[in-house]
Design a protein around this ligand. Sequence first.
Ligand code: NDP
Ligand code: 8X3
Length: 250
Amino acid sequence: MKTALVTGASSGFGAAICRRLVAEGYAVVGTARRGDKLEALRAELGDNFMPVVMDVTEPASIDAAFAQIQQRCTSLDVLVNNAGLALGVEKAQQANAANWERMIATNVTGLALVTHRALPAMVAANRGLIINIGSTAGSVPYPGGNVYGATKAFVKQFSRNLRADLSGTRVRVTNIEPGLCSGTEFSMVRLDGNAEAVAELYRDVEAIRPQDIAETVAWVCQLPAHMNINSMEIMPVAQSYAALSVARNL
Ligand code: NDP
Ligand code: 8X3
C-alpha cells in the first residue's frame, strides 16, 4: 500500500487531499496542531488515515511526529507540504512584525524542516514525490502580499532547487500554486475572523475549491514515474492578471 504524509490536514486543502488520497487507496498520515479535527477525520476515513499532531514551527514537534510516523510507515511515497497561513493584508509599513515571523516560521522554516526530515528516506529508497503548496502570491505581487507572497516565492524556488539537488534520483518535486480559493479557513485566519471581509472577498465569485486542489494532487500522484510536473498555477476562471499600477504626481 502506498503511503502519503499530508501536513495541514485539519482543514481546507489538507483535509480534502487526505480524503482523496484515502479514496485512491493510500495509507495517509495527516498532521496539524488541532488533534480534535484530525480525530474527526479519522472517524470519517477509518484506519487508512493516521492522525499525528505536529506543529511545523516546533522542531521538537516535527521530530516527535516523525518518530510516530516511522513506527507505522517504513517509507513515504508522497509528502504534501500543505500547512501554511497568511496573516494580515496591511501594507508592509503598517504590518505586524509578529505576523511576519509566524508566516516565515510556518511557510518557510516549517516546510523546509519537514522536507529535510522526509528526504533522506526517499533518496535511500530512490522514489518519492514531494508536492509543495505554493501560491500565485509567490509570483504575482499585490498590495498587502508582502511577507506572505515572499514565503510562497521561497516555496517556488525551494521546489526548483530540490529538483536540482535530486537530479540523478527518482524523487520528484511539484509546486502547486493556487490562486483564489474558497471553502477553507485561509481567509478567516488571514483576516483575523472578520466574517464580513471574508464574505466580501468571495462575493459573486466561483473560486477554486479544496476538492479541485485535491483532484490536482491525485492527478500528479498517478503520473508515470518518469514524469515530473515542476509547477502548476491554478486560478478560478473568474480571476486574472491586471495592469501594473502607476502613481502620478509623486
Ligand atoms: P486552512 O487555513 O484551511 O488550512 C491551513 C492548514 O495549515 C490547517 O490544517 C492548519 O492546521 C495548518 N497549519 C497552520 N499552521 C500550522 C502549524 N504551525 N503547524 C502545523 N500545521 C499548521 O487553509 P488552506 O487549506 O486554504 O491552505 C492550505 C495551504 O494552501 C496553505 O499553505 C496556503 O498558504 C495555501 N494556499 C491557499 C489558498 C487559498 O486561497 N485558500 C491559495 C493558495 C495557496 P492547524 O491550525 O490545526 O494547525
Ligand atoms: C492565497 C492566494 O491571492 O490570497 O495564497 O494570496 S492570495
